[in-house]
Design a protein. Structure first.
Lengths: 475, 587
């Protein structure tokens, strides 16, 4: 069989390793084999490819040294940085836990939903940064560095392409090679400056008529924090071709510029062209969620389910909403749907357990928690214990609750809620001294601004944390 | 009258003028025995008070004109109610005063005794009649007679006053008593408990009114004002104590009566027995009842003011700060202001408009009698008599404005806001059905799981204790607390360890801080920190620098142990998940 054909076959079957190996042998025989070279580039890119649209991580530098904000004091309901100002009533923050910035925790953890926004540079730097918080200094480090490292590990004998020796203008003129090369530089090498140079040359070479290159330019600008340039490129690309991607990128740019309403507007424009596109609908729902307009968010999530009834994020978010608006029985139904769809992890079982408990289906409750415990990893374990502690409080077994909260602390030393509840329990037992110790600890953990709150769960609301209300009830 | 205004103002209410204070009026009376009426048809309203005197003698009917006592009449028995009513159509329209006392109603006209109405006598128990007949003829010994009477009473028969008195006497007084009383006819009479008026056929202010009386034999009588005959008799399940009447006798009327059994009954024209359907059961005995518009306000002995609709539906209940003594409806027509005044045992009179407290009048003494109406020429006058016998008269200021909720008593406003309770879903109903059907199985499963869970938790907890995995020591002999923080961007981090002795008295010494880490990834500049003696309460800070040896963006957990010298098991442990060292800074 023709090895190149086999390599293509591997590529299509996403067996990138095998594909790369064949291409390497082909290239050893003939270093100028363009087909093999392109294929190898694409295979290497494919190994580390992450959809740009969904990856969004704000580094400390971006957040604190943000010069894109239009107004320091934004009008109510128009900023993601001051959520809860839109005047829409949702469940009170005492019931539904919020992130540090005041936004309700989402039912679905994705990059950017974690942690909060530190107020000042000092706070940001002083923040103890642990893997739990996982906030990188800038968005160009962090996750992308890790991806890049992974690619380096996969090519032990040096990089496949030596970027420093490439003549970009030569490649830019050859669109068949240039696109693969760009993606390689962008994703595999994570070298945004060179990617930008290539993209600029390439778009020039095709007389600024190819929308693809404009989108790539925008991606580069976005990574470099030049959001206005990015917006310009995307708008220009939109004139050539209506693509869902472009709308999504534009939405992302506007969110970064803290213009959520414009972002929603953009998504809606996209929906006119692509009615029923679930990614656009999800985008709108996420922004409403960010603005604490839960009713609207749920409405859009329901629209998403209308078009795609297997949408995990939508199901999880609707379930969370129902849970926190005192309809655990409905939430239970949604979570069960997730379970039927094959989601099988600690968070889901934890949530099922909580829903069962609050919907009075007691026979299922503890079984679910047991499953959650057995499935939990280091990060989720603390929260599962915490919730079992809450169930114990619910059945008035203070001893069990105490042990559970202690176990929470054993798995996560920074669990502020557990410190609080332990303090309250100690007070109930009359150990004022011990209670003071816990409360002091709580103060320490609360003082940590960003991201001390555990950021767990890929699906679902993991934690129901009515800590504040418990504190009020007991103190 | 206002000239008599007392300088010494005991209350700070800006809504009432002090018109008259007489602390030595020595009145012993209650709300039912007070009324305000134009008894001389001269437009000057008088205050009529039936004074209970000492409670056993010296009962008087007193009429005040302005602040002066205008006339006094002796009443033979304790008065239980005073009303004024028009009994004829003669000009000038002077109303008559009716005083209920014992089984009689004394009617005064133009302040002169006019008529005495006696309630129809009741049937005497035949055995009792027989006994007294025998006694008259001297055929029975007094002791036997007394014993038979005693048995009769124990059987539940209602005896006459004469027999009851006899039962109270000592054995040696019996003969004398029988000698004196054996010849007088045996009569069983009842006692009037409450008194009210009911317009006969016209609704005018000065139309002829019937008298309505409640009696001790659980009945209500309606009397014709001219002939003084009983027009209607209505039986009740219990003894009526308060009456509220409206309507016209000839057309349609309602009598609302609260009884000693803690029930409020509504009687209509044409019913001879209280229909139990129209019964409001109170949780406690009523101490006052008023009717404003269509609502019935009842104050009960458990410090509650209730409001019911005419149909008996409860509208609201307000808890009073003290025991309720009496109620009075306030209907100030010039302003259209309707409220109910509640006299409390904490020397306050509170005004409630609907359920909202609108005013508090502080008084010098506990108010027992309240009457609001026209006194002299002043429309809004509140007459109060107190436990110590004083008489206070207050005039409602014309500028007075009663704002609802300006003095919010009762439940806080938040209690009235509706909770956002979600609708009951069909799912919920289905689940409830499941619960109902499988309750036992569910409970068993839950209990079994709970035992298992407790066991598991205890195991895990023991494991955590063995490994001292907690940052707060659970060992009472080593009360220590640890918190560790990582600062910096990398590749060099600063690890700060805060250590505190949480006990109040006991110092700890001979401690070491040690670390567990991956030597391929990190290098600690201090691998062991000697801890000085820890004074209780103080926070000790130790730090060390950590260098990250890897530039691949890998991170690991680092453990901080606090150890006692010579022991291998740590006292407490903190786990830190290290952040990724920033490659940007490194390159």
């Amino acid at each position: 069989m023709d090895p190149l054909f086999l390599a293509y076959s591997y590529f299509r079957r996403r067996k990138f390793k095998e594909c790369t190996d064949i291409c390497t042998t082909l290239l050893e025989k003939n270093p100028y084999d363009q087909a093999a070279w392109t294929l190898k580039t694409r295979a290497l890119t494919g190994q580390v490819y992450v959809d740009e649209v969904d990856v969004d991580e704000e580094g400390i530098a971006e957040m604190v040294m943000d010069d894109n904000a239009i107004a320091n004091v934004s009008r109510p309901g128009t900023s993601l940085r001051k959520p809860g100002t839109s005047g829409q009533a949702g469940p009170s923050p005492g019931v539904r836990p919020t992130s540090q910035s005041g936004r309700p925790l989402s039912g679905f953890v994705r990059p950017g939903t974690q942690g909060g926004r530190p107020g000042t540079m000092e706070q940001a730097i002083r923040t103890p940064r642990t893997a739990h918080t996982a906030r990188p200094v800038t968005s160009s480090s962090g996750r992308f560095v890790r991806l890049g490292t992974a690619s380096m590990l996969s090519t032990p004998d040096g990089p496949f392409i030596n970027l420093a020796r490439l003549n970009f203008s030569k490649y830019a003129a050859r669109p068949n090679l240039a696109k693969a090369l760009f993606e390689y530089i962008f994703h595999h090498e994570n070298d945004i400056r060179n990617a930008l140079e290539l993209a600029a040359l390439a778009t020039e070479a095709c007389q600024f008529k190819d929308w693809w290159w404009k989108v790539q330019l925008a991606k580069c600008y976005y990574r470099l924090g030049m959001y206005r340039d990015s917006e310009k490129q995307l708008k220009s690309a939109l004139k050539h071709q209506d693509m869902v991607d472009i709308f999504l990128y534009l939405g992302k740019v506007y969110v970064r510029l803290d213009q959520p309403l414009t972002a929603v507007e953009m998504y809606k424009q996209g929906l006119e062209k692509f009615p029923g596109e679930t990614t656009l609908l999800t985008g709108i729902a996420r922004i409403h969620e960010g603005l604490t307009e839960m009713d609207k968010a749920v409405k859009f999530y329901k629209d998403v389910l209308h078009f795609d009834n297997m949408h995990v994020e939508a199901i999880a978010c609707i379930a969370t909403h129902h849970f926190y608006t005192d309809q655990p029985e409905v939430a239970l139904k949604y979570y069960r749907r997730l379970l039927q769809m094959g989601v099988y992890n600690a968070e889901l079982f934890n949530n099922l357990g909580l829903c069962c408990f609050y919907a009075q289906q007691y026979d299922m409750t503890l079984t679910c928690f047991e499953r959650a415990l057995s499935l939990a990893d280091d990060q989720t374990l603390a929260d599962v214990w915490f919730n079992i502690g809450h169930v114990a409080l619910g059945i008035c077994d203070h001893n069990l609750a105490y042990q559970c909260f202690r176990l929470t602390l054993a798995s996560n030393n920074d669990h502020a809620e557990a410190y609080n509840n332990l303090g309250v329990l100690e007070l109930k037992r009359g150990h004022v001294e011990a209670r003071l110790a816990f409360q002091e600890f709580l103060l320490i953990s609360e003082r940590r601004p960003a991201g001390h709150r555990p950021t767990l769960g890929s699906v679902g609301t993991r934690t129901y944390e009515p800590t504040k209300s418990v504190a009020v009830r007991f103190l | 009258m206002s000239a008599a205004s007392d300088e010494q103002r005991s209350d700070s209410s800006d809504k009432w003028l002090d018109a008259y204070n007489d602390r030595v009026a020595s009145l012993y009376t209650f709300t039912q025995c007070m009324t305000l009426s134009d008894i001389q048809a001269d437009g000057d309203y008088k205050l009529i008070i039936a004074d209970l005197g000492t409670g056993s003698y010296d009962m008087k009917l007193k009429v005040y004109k302005n602040t002066n006592l205008m006339s006094e009449h002796t009443i033979i028995d304790l008065p239980t109610g005073v009303v004024t009513f028009y009994m004829d159509t003669l000009e000038p329209r002077t109303p008559a005063i009716a005083v209920a006392s014992g089984p009689y109603i004394y009617v005064y006209k133009n302040l002169r005794p006019y008529f005495k109405f006696t309630l129809p006598p009741l049937d005497v128990h035949p055995v009792e009649q027989d006994l007294w007949d025998q006694a008259r003829e001297g055929q029975i010994s007094t002791l036997v007679m007394r014993e038979t009477l005693e048995n009769l009473r124990l059987e539940g028969a209602v005896l006459t006053v004469k027999s009851l008195r006899m039962l109270q006497l000592e054995a040696h007084d019996l003969d004398a008593f029988v000698q004196v009383h054996r010849t007088s006819p045996l009569k069983r009479q009842t006692v009037i408990t409450c008194l009210a008026t009911l317009k006969k056929s016209l609704a005018d202010d000065d139309a002829i009114s019937c008298l309505v009386l409640g009696t001790e034999n659980k009945a209500i009588y309606v009397l014709d004002p001219e002939a003084f005959t009983v027009l209607a008799t209505m039986e009740l399940p219990s003894v009526p104590v308060f009456l509220s009447v409206n309507g016209l006798y000839d057309v349609e009327y309602r009598i609302v009566t609260s009884c000693r059994n803690g029930c409020v009954y509504t009687l209509k024209r044409g019913t001879s027995e209280a229909i139990v359907k129209h019964c409001i059961e109170l949780k406690s005995q009523p101490v006052g009842m008023e009717r404003i518009n269509k609502n019935i306000y009842v104050g009960t002995m458990d410090q509650m003011l209730h409001c019911f609709t005419a149909k008996g539906k409860k509208l609201w209940t307000v808890k009073m700060p003290a025991t309720i003594l009496t109620l009075e409806a306030i209907d100030f027509k010039p302003k259209g202001f309707k409220a109910v005044a509640v006299a409390l045992s904490n020397r306050q009179v509170q005004l409630y408009k609907e359920k909202f407290l609108v005013d508090i009048i502080h008084t010098e003494d506990v108010v027992t009698g309240l009457r609001f109406g026209r006194f002299a020429r002043e429309d809004g006058t509140l007459v109060m008599t107190t436990k110590s016998g004083s008489l206070f008269v207050k005039i409602l200021k014309r500028s007075a404005k009663f704002e609802e909720q300006d003095l919010s008593a009762g439940p806080p406003a938040a209690q009235n806001t509706k909770l956002n309770v979600p609708k009951k879903t069909k799912l919920f109903v289905d689940q409830t059905l499941r619960e109902r059907e499988h309750a036992v199985a569910m409970h068993r499963t839950f209990q079994r799981d709970l035992y298992l869970l407790r066991l598991n938790v205890a195991r895990e907890y023991a494991k955590a204790l063995d490994n001292s995995m907690n940052p707060i020591s659970s060992d009472p002999t080593e009360p220590l607390k640890l918190s560790a923080q990582i600062q910096g961007i990398g590749p060099t981090f600063k690890l700060t360890v805060n250590l505190q002795n949480t006990s109040l008295t006991q110092a700890s010494s001979e401690l070491i801080i040690a670390f567990e880490f991956d030597e391929r990834l990190y290098s600690f500049r201090k691998k062991l920190i000697q801890v000085p003696m820890l004074v209780p309460g103080l926070n000790y800070i130790f730090d060390t620098f950590i260098d990250c040896l890897n530039d691949k963006g890998v991170s690991d957990n680092v453990k901080v142990f606090v150890l006692r010298q010579g022991k291998s098991v740590p006292l407490i442990t903190g786990v830190i998940s290290m952040p990724v060292a920033e490659v940007v800074v490194m390159s």
